[in-house]
Design a protein around this ligand. Structure first.
Ligand SMILES: N=c1c2ncn([C@@H]3O[C@H](COP(=O)(O)OP(=O)(O)OP(=O)(O)O)[C@@H](O)[C@H]3O)c2ncn1[C@@H]1O[C@H](COP(=O)(O)O)[C@@H](O)[C@H]1O
Length: 111
């Protein structure tokens, strides 16, 4: 895992014992999974809007800003469920080199 993701994952773990008034992450944990998922959905929508806009206007900064918000809130979701970015990276590593088309064909009944 990148050092940055590792450091952020560690901070997110530490925030489990922080006071909600002192930390944005702790305040989301305190509000619970539904609020965390609401933020994930909100940020995903913002990524979509920024990407659509970037395609026509060329303004790509908003895409990376919104994607950072999305990744951040996905990491809070993982931490809340006691999962780590490494667990996701392991899944991607297992899929590495396996074409999505080949994988899809292996589970689609042929007719
Ligand atoms: N990477 C981030 C990060 N990215 C985005 N955000 C916050 O995520 C929130 C995103 O919410 P929105 O954009 O929807 O704005 P908002 O209107 O303020 O949010 P709502 O009131 O609607 O919930 C903002 O408050 C951002 O400041 C982040 N807050 C924290 N971090 C990292 O998390 C660490 C721990 O943060 P604290 O728990 O606050 O100490 C920090 O040191 C950073 O490394």
């Amino acid at each position: 895992m990148s050092e940055l993701l590792q450091a952020l994952a560690e901070t997110l773990e530490q925030r489990k014992s922080a006071a909600p008034e002192s930390s944005y992450v702790a305040s989301l944990y305190a509000k619970g999974l539904n609020k965390i998922l609401e933020k994930v959905g909100e940020e995903a929508t913002e990524v979509i809007l920024a990407a659509k806009d970037a395609e026509t206007s060329g303004a790509k900064d908003a895409v990376t800003q919104e994607m950072a918000d999305l990744w951040f809130h996905c990491m809070i979701c993982l931490a809340h469920l006691n999962l780590s970015p490494d667990d996701v990276l392991k899944v991607l590593a297992e899929r590495q080199g396996l074409s999505g088309l080949v994988e899809k064909a292996s589970r689609t009944p042929s007719n």
